[in-house]
Design a protein around this ligand. Structure first.
Ligand code: C5P
Length: 232
């Protein structure tokens, strides 16, 4: 898979999501299904969106004992998603178990990426609540390296970290980057934001864009602007 724009479909029902995707007519954007939509609409939302011809990133961020994650991944893999994720904090053993569970009988599997430290966790909170004394940047890069060594395909990170992740984990290791805003757009709860064009320059492989597209007056125009600025 090459560079792409992934739309975060953060809706609370199948109806709202399908109505939103109807606007795209012949186009088939890559879609991210997160916890809110998956828990509200159930696994059938995956097949409904897949039947329409979209690629799917199932963003459920698994984190449990290796055996539980392996079995859960086996179920998610059968849904036919293209990309899913785990928390790197679950350890290398858990990430390897996730890959085992995801791998289908024919050897194929969805891409598996890891969340390093959530972007909602700042350095002070990490020191205080998680008792991790190292600098945040060092922790993120260590988790990324651990994910790469465990056989994962990439990490979720900020576009501002993409270059460093590539230099530590290799150019083929994917960087999937949220926190995208158009210049002068609403920032909302995101802290460090980047434009699609800047994300391209910084070497992101995929940008994840939610509200700048879902809340736009013309979502299709906003999506196309992202594609033009990020992919060219
Ligand atoms: O609306 P917005 O563009 O901020 O949406 C970004 C999406 O990426 C949301 O679905 C959010 O949950 C997700 N995400 C994020 N930061 C992370 C991981 C996921 O913003 N570190």
């Amino acid at each position: 898979m090459g560079k792409d724009v992934i739309i975060a479909c953060d809706f609370d029902s199948a109806e709202k999501t399908l109505e939103f995707l109807d606007k795209f007519e012949g186009k088939k954007p890559f879609v991210k299904i997160g916890m809110e939509l998956f828990y509200a609409a159930g696994p059938s939302i995956v097949s409904k969106i897949k039947e329409r011809g979209h690629k799917i990133f199932l963003d459920l961020k698994l984190h449990d004992i290796p055996n539980t994650v392996k079995k859960a991944m086996c179920v998610l893999s059968r849904l036919g998603v293209d990309m899913c994720n785990v928390h790197a904090a679950g350890t290398g053993r858990m990430m390897q178990a996730a890959i085992e569970g995801l791998t289908r009988e024919d050897g194929s599997r969805p891409l598996l990426i890891a969340v390093t430290q959530l972007t909602s966790t700042d350095e002070e909170t990490m020191h205080k609540d998680l008792l991790i004394d190292e600098p945040l940047d060092k922790v993120v890069m260590h988790y990324a390296k651990n994910a790469a060594d465990s056989g994962l395909d990439g990490v979720v990170c900020s576009p501002l970290e993409a270059d460093k992740v590539h230099s530590i984990c290799g150019g083929k290791f994917l960087t999937v980057t949220p926190g995208i805003r158009f210049a002068g757009g609403e920032v909302g709860d995101q802290k460090r934001v980047t434009t699609p064009a800047m994300a391209k320059e910084l070497g992101s492989d995929y940008i994840v864009v939610g509200r700048p597209i879902t809340a736009a007056t013309d979502p299709v125009e906003a999506y196309e602007r992202c594609v033009k600025d990020f992919i060219g």
